[in-house]
Design a protein. Structure first.
Length: 342
């Protein structure tokens, strides 16, 4: 174990709550897991689930100094309030205050993609890079930004919702209500949608995918397409290449706005590796503003996998607790010495 205090990270997803004790080098020492309560349940039920997992860990590692929560949704800039979490029935939920009444530790709440980006910056594919953007490709696209070694959350805490940048005017309708959003062209949902469309049309080029799902397009998943591509199926490789091309187009837009040194690509679709990333790099080079006259950011795969959110939430909480301790020490140092009372 590295020197430094322990902290607890909690990653709240749509199906599971994963918690862990993390040391100062990003190693997960102990884990606890709970099922995520159904979205129809009250916020209190989700809080009970978080508290149960954290208390289980504290029984084994009572020296933890803080708890970090990574939630899928909009988290206010105060790192205390979940503004909107579609899978958890949270609407302007004062999560830090609610948990603070039940857990005797400093609590920090963040977006799960921010937490994952911080973990990759500190311990993963972005080590040594102070300007990093993480793009998470799952059913949609999320992301996190680290600039000058600090998480950039935006004025209202909602920076990093990259999936809803418009890349095709009047394009495919997105669940957000707009058209042409990036995640409609470069995500797990986009990959599966295109494959199913070809299957439903009876195209002969999808014979391998048909066999993998027993002729049922509704059973096709992104991992199955990735598996087929790895096995050399030409259509699966073509579909991943198309997703990668759109990925590179969007990353070039982000480079124009943020100019990071490294883009880290995570999420389930990133398991395709260079089948996805090489087309992305090629499209990025073609699309990059000022190409040929500026340094190019690296585009690399994430290294920490599913534990990035947990590790990042824990480390952000550890750093936050240290900041609180420094601030408290400074306040005490500024107090005048009034001498003995009398």
């Amino acid at each position: 174990m590295s020197d430094g205090p322990l902290s607890i990270g909690v990653d709240i997803g749509g199906t599971k709550v994963a918690a862990g004790v993390v040391d100062a080098s990003g190693v997960v020492l102990r884990r606890a897991r709970r099922d995520t309560p159904d979205r129809s349940k009250s916020p209190r039920i989700v809080e009970d689930t978080i508290v149960s997992a954290v208390q289980e860990l504290l029984e084994a590692e009572s020296e933890a100094v803080a708890v970090g929560i990574g939630a899928a949704g909009f988290v206010a800039a105060d790192r205390a309030t979940v503004v909107f979490a579609p899978h958890l029935s949270w609407r302007n939920e004062p999560l830090r205050a609610a948990l603070g009444h039940r857990l005797d530790l400093p609590i920090f709440v963040d977006n799960d993609a921010n937490a994952a980006a911080w973990a990759e910056y500190r311990f993963g594919a972005g080590r040594g890079e102070g300007h990093l953007v993480m793009v998470n490709l799952g059913t949609g696209i999320g992301g996190g930004i680290v600039l000058d070694g600090r998480v950039h959350r935006g004025r209202f805490g909602i920076a990093g919702e990259f999936g809803h940048m418009q890349v095709v005017p009047d394009g495919i309708r997105c669940e957000c209500g707009n058209r042409g959003c990036w995640e409609q062209y470069a995500s797990g949902n986009a990959l599966v949608r295109e494959a199913r469309a070809l299957m439903s049309a009876g195209s002969p080029v999808v014979s391998d995918l048909f066999e993998r799902v027993g002729g049922k397009p509704e059973d096709l998943t992104g991992p199955l397409v990735t598996e087929a591509a790895r096995d050399g199926d030409p259509l699966a490789c073509e579909l991943l290449g198309e997703i990668g091309r759109w990925l590179g187009v969007g990353i070039a837009d982000l480079a124009a706005a943020l100019d990071p040194g490294t883009f880290v690509v995570g999420g389930g679709v990133s398991a395709a590796g260079d089948l996805l990333l090489e087309p992305a790099r090629q499209a990025f080079r073609r699309q990059l503003t000022g190409r040929g006259y500026r340094p190019e950011a690296r585009i690399v795969a994430a290294e920490l996998g599913n534990e990035a959110g947990l590790v990042g939430a824990a480390d952000l909480a550890r750093v936050g607790a240290a900041d609180l301790a420094w601030a408290a020490a400074g306040d005490r140092a500024d107090e005048p010495d009034l001498g003995p009372a009398g």
